[in-house]
Design a protein around this ligand. Structure first.
Ligand code: NAD
Ligand code: LMR
Length: 342
């Protein structure tokens, strides 16, 4: 079936309202870590997106195979796979408007996202260096965990090369919103496609703060606690179920493709495109929290407007207080590490 139909239907409410696809702009999108659990379905969804004209897939191994496979799909975009040898990452990144980074190891049962720090920090640092050199003006979408720390790491790399633009760096937290919306629809028997629960903070455990009150919902007692826990630890649910074979890949691919689609729509002139995302944010800078996820209006220059958190209940304020404490230390950890290991 038609690619356009898919991109209209899979991403949910935000896309559904205003989608009008044109592929008039030449748009190169690069995926780093393209042969992985997220990378493959994410690349597939991007191949189905008529806004993408060129797809550049990089991995330390396997990307040419993924590219050859995906390139047979009968949509117009061109696809090329890159490995460290040969043309490599530089050619992959040159001219990219969007760079998605799902490269890095996933969790196993019993691990926190922070347990991935030691391995993934250097992977993200090196990929950020390559992007800062080859496509300093691209939108960089960090998926690799721990997002709360890998985004500050990426920012410091770009700063060190004198090309940091806070409007172009995004931690992808879309999956938290997808989960929060799906889980409330299960409780309330509503259509999940029409739910759009705001989730703020960061992307791990207590830093994930769903703001149900803003959607007009009030849950109480055990029902509320279970809902909050499920949103905050939805990732663990998948890690447990996969029993050592990794973490969320398919739902994450959908969430990453949705975020990329929103950026492309905004870049191609659509106004009013709002997605939650973890960005360099003024909202809690006075408390030393320099990155924060909230609703962000996207535009041709990336971040157009960072929306404030807005009205929250007393209970949600309690969640926010815990979130800010954890976030601050996750951010500081990333910044300290990258300064010592640049
Ligand atoms: P995976 O192991 O299946 O795939 C990772 C891929 O990265 C592999 O193909 C590997 O070869 C590649 N890779 C490793 N080092 C690389 C490098 N230096 N350059 C290029 N490619 C490299 O893992 P996955 O399930 O796809 O998860 C990837 C990351 O995404 C993990 O860190 C995971 O925790 C994270 N994740 C984030 C979210 C989110 O909401 N932001 C959701 C799910 C997973
Ligand atoms: C998720 O939320 O599913 C990802 O961050 C992967 C994980 O480790 O839980």
């Amino acid at each position: 079936f038609a690619a356009r139909q898919i991109s209209q239907s899979v991403f949910g409410a935000v896309q559904r309202r205003t989608f009008s696809a044109t592929a008039s702009n030449a748009t190169k999108v690069a995926v780093l870590g393209a042969a992985g659990g997220i990378g493959q379905p994410l690349s597939l969804l991007l191949k189905l997106n008529p806004r993408v004209t060129e797809l550049a897939l990089y991995d330390i191994k396997g990307a040419p195979g993924v590219a050859a496979d995906i390139s047979h799909i009968n949509t117009k975009s061109t696809v090329k796979g890159y490995e460290p040898s040969g043309a490599g990452i530089k050619e992959c990144l040159t001219g990219a408007e969007i760079v998605l980074i799902p490269a890095g190891v996933p969790r196993k049962p019993g691990m926190t996202r922070d347990d991935l720090f030691n391995t993934n920090a250097s992977i993200v640092r090196d990929l950020a260096k390559a992007a800062a050199d080859a496509c300093p003006e691209a939108n960089i979408l960090v998926i690799a965990n721990p997002v709360n720390s890998t985004v500050p790491i990426t920012a410091e790399v770009f700063k060190s090369k004198g090309v940091y633009n806070p409007k172009r760096l995004f931690g992808v937290t879309t999956l938290d919103v997808v989960r929060a919306s799906r889980f409330i629809s299960q409780l309330k028997s509503t259509d999940p496609a029409t739910e759009n629960i705001t989730v703020v903070g960061g992307h791990s455990g207590a830093t994930i703060v769903p703001l149900l009150s803003q959607a007009g919902y009030t849950l109480e007692g055990a029902e509320r606690d279970e809902y909050i826990k499920r949103v905050q630890f939805g990732g663990d649910e998948v890690v447990q179920a996969k029993g050592g074979a990794g973490s969320a890949t398919l739902s994450m691919a959908m969430a990453g493709a949705r975020f990329a689609e929103s950026l492309l729509k905004a870049a191609q002139g659509q106004s009013g495109v709002v997605e939650p995302t973890y960005v360099d944010s003024p909202l809690y800078k006075d408390q030393g929290v320099t990155y924060f996820a909230s609703q962000v209006e996207l535009g041709p220059n990336g971040v157009e407007k960072i929306h404030p958190v807005g009205k929250v209940s007393e209970f949600e304020q309690g969640l926010l207080d815990v979130c800010l404490k954890d976030l601050k230390s996750n951010i500081e950890k990333g910044e300290k590490w990258v300064k010592e290991n640049m």
